[in-house]
Design a protein around this ligand. Sequence first.
Ligand SMILES: [Zn+2]
Length: 88
Amino acid sequence: MEVKTEIGNVYERLTVIEFSCIDERRHARWMVACSCGSQTFEVLGYNLRRGRTRSCGCLQIEAAAKMGRNNRHAARTNYKENQNGKAS
Ligand SMILES: [Zn+2]
C-alpha cells in the first residue's frame, strides 16, 4: 500500500515531520510538531486532513480559557450568592 507523503504539510499549528507507521487498521500515522513548541507526537493522517487534529491540544486549551473566563466568573459569583443565602 502506497502512502501519500504528508511530510512538510502544515495543518493549522501542526507541521508533519516524519512518517511513523501504518497502524493495525491500515491508517498512516505521522509524527508532528506543534508550533507552540511542545514535544512531537503521533497523529492519524486522516485526522489531520479532516481538521480533527490541529494542535497538540493548546488550541483547545486557549479556546476554553477565552470562553471560560466569563463563565467561570459567573459560576463563582453564583456559588458565593448561594453560600450566603444558605448561611445563618
Ligand atoms: Zn501546541
